[in-house]
Design a protein around this ligand. Structure first.
Ligand code: HSE
Length: 448
């Protein structure tokens, strides 16, 4: 039995995928059971880094998703449309789908998986998060028996590259972003990466897998790295931290109201924190030494404890490795069942999406975290006392408060709080911003 693959897109990841499919030697034997039957491209005339027979190429992507001979459609065109429509059409024609498209899955996962379950097809997405790092299938399979407490990741290579260079060179964000763009590490429009949106898509997907429920992307708090300065990186280092863009999905500590609901016979509803923001990470933390374009995802659960996945989060070869791993996963189930279609009764629950409900996401105001704050103030008696009193009134306990020196003829003060609720900290900060002695508050960052 040969499994026919239709590939949509022959860009970087598409070319890498085609190269693996066309060269099965020394790989898993299942790769040789896959035939690259059709490849959908934007233009037939473009030179290709991979040798595809001319009669396999088409610009009519719709013809691939409706072709009766195709078993698996691999969507690697990226973007929202026509990717979403093509995935849905492939599903409606009974095709299994493999995609690397985190943006489509994070926004339309509900629609796509509902359609896939109804049609009896699989939709797999290992390449959508962490590039070549196997993390999606491990969460579904090898770690599936665990009660997951938290998934914390560095899942955007561009921002990790920029922050690593800021740390190593002491440079400011804008200059290093421009250099990263020149070197091809950052897009001409860097917004999806530097504003945290790409990482938000990815953590929404990881949270859905780890916590077994769908996620509304609008409920993921996301803050990028544009406001991180060389000064903050230096002060963070002095305090024993590095600054990383973390994506965090965490089960909230049990809520007494939920416990009461259990006693009254109802299942407690776990709430999740879902957030992406630059974070001060203690130097001894396993994520602190993940540098450059590398990604890493730390999963914490019971009984596994901590397990960390580390590797290349993007790039042709690594991402294609993840894509083809999904293709052979589907091929294995089709070949072992001698059927190209499945039904809800015969679907492999370790590959299919098995949840329909939405997770409950806790508001940011309820988040309990430590904070790092840098402000510029008049250098006069009583300012630090006034700050301490204001924080105290709002139940914000301070771990340290240091006047570092002078910047722009103002006293530069760095504060680190103990764990406090976001709401209390922000209320105190709103009051502090209005103090006549405070010139500006250049930085507010959360501490892991
Ligand atoms: N733009 C992403 C990153 C790679 O910088 O990590 C693709 O997900």
């Amino acid at each position: 039995m040969v499994i026919n693959v239709g590939l949509l897109g022959l860009g970087t990841v598409g070319s890498g995928t085609a190269k693996i499919l066309l060269d099965p030697a020394h790989r898993h034997p299942l790769v040789s059971r896959l035939a690259l039957a059709k490849v959908g491209v934007r233009s037939l005339d473009k030179p290709r880094p991979v040798d595809i027979p001319a009669d396999h190429l088409t610009t009519d992507l719709e013809s691939i998703v409706s072709d009766p001979s195709i078993d698996i459609v691999v969507e690697l065109i990226g973007g929202l449309e026509p990717a979403r429509s093509l995935i849905l059409k492939a599903i409606s024609h009974g095709k299994h789908v493999v995609t690397a498209n985190k943006a489509v899955i994070a926004r339309y996962g509900d629609e796509i998986f509902t359609a896939a379950n109804a049609a009896g097809v699989y939709v797999l997405l290992e390449a959508a998060v962490g590039g070549g790092i196997p993390v999606v299938q491990p969460l579904k399979q090898a770690l599936g028996v665990n009660h997951i407490h938290a998934v914390t990741g560095i899942i955007n290579g561009t921002t990790n590259y920029i922050l690593t260079r800021m740390q190593q060179e002491g440079g400011d964000f804008e200059a290093i972003l421009a250099d990263a763009q020149r070197l091809g590490y950052a897009e001409a429009d860097p917004s999806a990466d530097v504003d945290g949106l790409d990482a938000a898509d990815k953590i929404a997907i990881l949270a859905s897998l780890a916590f077994g429920g769908r996620i509304k992307l609008s409920e993921v708090y996301s803050e990028g790295i544009r406001h991180v300065t060389a000064a903050d990186i230096t002060y963070a280092n002095r305090l024993g931290f590095v600054i990383k863009l973390l994506a965090i999905a965490r089960r909230c500590p049990p809520d007494p109201k939920a416990a009461a609901a259990t006693e009254s016979g109802n299942e407690p509803v776990d709430e999740l924190q879902l957030r992406v923001h630059p974070t001060l990470v203690p130097e001894a933390h396993p994520l602190a030494t993940v540098n450059d374009v590398y990604n890493a995802i730390l999963v914490e659960g019971d009984p596994i404890g901590q397990v960390m996945f580390f590797g290349p989060g993007a790039g042709e070869g690594p991402t294609a490795s993840a894509v083809v791993s999904d293709i052979i996963n589907i091929a294995a189930t089709l070949i072992s069942s001698q059927a190209t279609t499945i039904t809800p009764q015969t679907a492999n629950p370790l590959l299919a999406c098995t949840h329909q409900h939405y997770c409950k996401v806790s508001p940011m105001a309820d988040l309990v975290s430590r904070f790092y704050l840098r402000l510029l103030a008049e250098d006069q008696p009583g300012v630090i006392g006034k700050l301490g009193l204001c924080f105290g009134r709002h139940h914000v306990s301070l771990e340290s408060i240091v006047q570092i020196g002078m910047r722009d003829h103002r006293a530069e003060i760095v504060i680190v709080s103990h764990e406090v609720t976001e709401a209390n900290f922000q209320t105190a900060l709103d009051e502090i911003r209005e103090f006549p002695e405070i010139s500006s508050v250049p930085s507010v960052l959360r501490v892991l």
